[in-house]
Design a protein around this ligand. Structure first.
Ligand code: C2E
Ligand code: MG
Ligand code: MG
Ligand code: MG
Length: 281
């Protein structure tokens, strides 16, 4: 009886679970084997120089292609990977794969910097600077060809260890950028204290740039602030000519968005760079 009750109880629980929780459980167990099964891949989104239109760098973005679940968005599975700790092996695989790609392009005569997103857990776990140094050495990649994208949340943590990690990455020659700038905390004092080279304006400020005067004011101010601190500015999520013209006229340095290119397989970035080189010679 008691056994039956227990079984009924657990079945009841299953039935009661929201579709959302069931999907989460399903994803979580599938994610455990995703790396081993080779289901993860990287795509690369070019960043264009606003003045010349040429590719100045690109951002590596992870994709998960599951046999039954189809394409799962990183917005959905990265938080899961963080909750489960899987972000550590996955994050290391992402770093390694991006560095191998950057080295391949460099050897082929088209050096281009690749930006890799780091999760807070990766940043604070173990010895990130040593991990990065190891991966760079493994691939003989010049550190300037690697950029690490950190969010404001990570940079705001005032831990001595965090500072030391940043300092060591910077001393190695790795570029550091702030992702989704403007969506995090409001204190800007860390901008002058930390060794950062690039500021990425979040796409939420770019989206309505031609209709919303507040967004225009924010973007203009952020560009001025960044330039006064000798930082380069990348605008994210640029989709229209109007956005592009506004950003160009306000001296934004680089743009990233569907207007220029979606995130694409490495081969397509290679072809775009080869076409640029051919056009320039
Ligand atoms: P993010 O780092 O801010 O990446 C930019 C996101 O904006 C990407 O979404 C990109 O595909 C999308 N995007 C680019 N241009 C446009 C545009 O013109 N319009 C619109 N609407 N969207 C655009 P994605 O690839 O789905 O990634 C979402 C988020 O997931 C990323 O935001 C990042 O926070 C996280 N993520 C992606 N790849 C990685 C990774 O390798 N490691 C970690 N830790 N997080 C990642
Ligand atoms: Mg990013
Ligand atoms: Mg972003
Ligand atoms: Mg984002």
């Amino acid at each position: 009886r008691a056994k039956d009750g227990g079984r009924n109880g657990s079945r009841f629980f299953t039935v009661d679970m929201s579709a959302e929780s069931r999907r989460k459980l399903r994803l979580e167990s599938a994610l455990r084997g995703a790396l081993e099964r080779g289901e993860l891949l990287l795509v690369y989104q070019p960043q264009a120089d606003v003045v010349t239109g040429r590719i100045r760098g690109c951002e590596a973005l992870v994709r998960w292609k599951h046999a039954e679940l189809g394409m799962v968005s990183p917005a959905e599975f990265i938080p899961l990977a963080e909750e489960t700790g899987l972000i550590l092996p996955i994050g290391e695989w992402i770093l390694r794969t991006a560095c191998a790609q950057a080295r391949e392009w460099e050897l082929a005569g088209q050096p281009v910097r690749i930006a890799v997103n780091l999760s807070a857990i990766q940043f604070h776990h173990g010895d990130l600077a040593a991990t990065v140094a190891g991966i760079l050495a493994e691939h003989s990649l010049p550190p300037e060809l690697l950029e690490l994208e950190l969010t404001e949340g990570i940079l705001m943590t005032d831990s001595a260890r965090g500072m030391e990690t940043l300092g060591r990455l910077h001393d190695m020659g790795v570029q550091i950028s702030i992702d989704d700038f403007g969506t995090g905390y409001s204190s800007l004092s860390y901008l002058k204290r930390l060794p950062i080279q690039v500021l990425k304006i979040d796409q939420s400020f770019v989206r309505d740039i031609h209709t919303d005067p507040d967004d225009r004011a924010i973007v203009t101010a952020v560009i001025a602030l960044a330039h006064s601190m000798k930082l380069k500015v990348v605008a994210e999520g640029v989709e229209t000519d109007e956005q592009y013209i506004f950003l160009r006229d306000h001296r934004c340095d680089m743009l990233q968005g569907y207007l220029f290119s979606r995130p694409v397989p490495a081969q397509e970035v290679w072809e775009m760079m080869a076409a640029e080189t051919a056009a320039a010679t």
